[in-house]
Design a protein around this ligand. Structure first.
Ligand SMILES: C[S@@+](CC[C@H](N)C(=O)[O-])C[C@H]1O[C@@H](n2cnc3c(N)ncnc32)[C@H](O)[C@@H]1O
Length: 233
């Protein structure tokens, strides 16, 4: 089992550790990590239904949930849905656990590693929605290959998402926004749901605010809220 002490490295480019956890958060981490953590088996296959105590109507995935504000708000608003979240940053997972306990939410399981490892283990057509919210922009050209919205990840998501399901991507970074649209347009399996700039500059009511989005707004940056639909299979 992974613990705070023996986290393995993988294809992660951001921070994995921040400030040491406060005592109460560290205790919550030790208590809840074994209950809600997703472990991948050696056979490399993951059946989402096996993760949850309850029967779930659908499974939704959030990639890079930060400290989990959006994930917990979605899970609270949609108690019949099983949520999976990926976040390699220990303090992020700890933040999620703190929010889960505060909000008494239990329909979330998290994977504390590169989202791609989890995505590669999920069965085709197992997801009814996915979110990539305010992914790290990796501003330097030589770092573009680190961007989570990559042709490979978009292709995998197109196999995991069911027909007519949504992929939501948000960003406050102008250049990454253009990159995201280009990557999504070049994949023939997705349609962008947009009638014009006004709609994708307004956050939908069922899209809770994230920490990074709030920070961007405070710093005077407008965000883009893009919804793509997986075409019928
Ligand atoms: C800029 S933060 C945004 C966090 C959150 N979504 C928000 O909007 O507040 C991007 C997050 O993606 C996570 N991340 C980066 N690469 C990832 C990967 N390969 N798999 C999963 N999460 C990743 C980072 O650790 C970081 O917490």
């Amino acid at each position: 089992m992974k613990t705070l002490e023996n986290i393995q490295g993988s294809r992660i480019y951001g921070r994995r550790h921040g400030k040491p956890l406060k005592k109460a958060s560290a205790e919550r981490f030790e208590k809840y990590f074994p209950l809600y953590n997703i472990e991948l088996d050696d056979d490399g296959l993951l059946e989402p239904a096996a993760l949850f105590d309850q029967a779930c109507s659908e499974y939704w995935l959030e990639i890079g949930f930060g400290k989990g504000e959006h994930l917990v708000a979605q899970a609270k608003a949609n108690p019949d849905i099983g949520f999976m979240g990926c976040e390699p940053f220990v303090n992020g997972v700890s933040g999620l656990i703190d929010h889960m306990e505060k909000e008494q939410v239990t329909n979330i399981r998290f994977f504390m590693d590169d989202a791609r490892l989890l995505m590669d283990a999920l069965p085709e057509n197992s997801l009814s929605r996915a979110f990539i919210l305010f992914p790290d922009p990796w501003r330097k050209k030589r770092h573009y290959k680190r961007r989570v919205v990559s042709p490979g990840n978009v292709a995998v998501l197109s196999t995991l998402l069911k027909s007519r399901s949504e992929l939501r991507i948000g960003t406050d970074h102008h250049d990454y926004c253009r990159w995201i649209l280009a990557r999504m347009m070049e994949n023939p399996e997705f349609d962008w749901m947009s009638d014009g700039p006004d709609d994708w500059h307004v956050r939908p009511d069922d899209w809770p605010e994230t920490r990074y989005e709030k920070k961007a707004l405070e710093q005077g940056r407008r965000s883009a809220y893009m919804t793509f639909i997986r075409k019928a299979k």
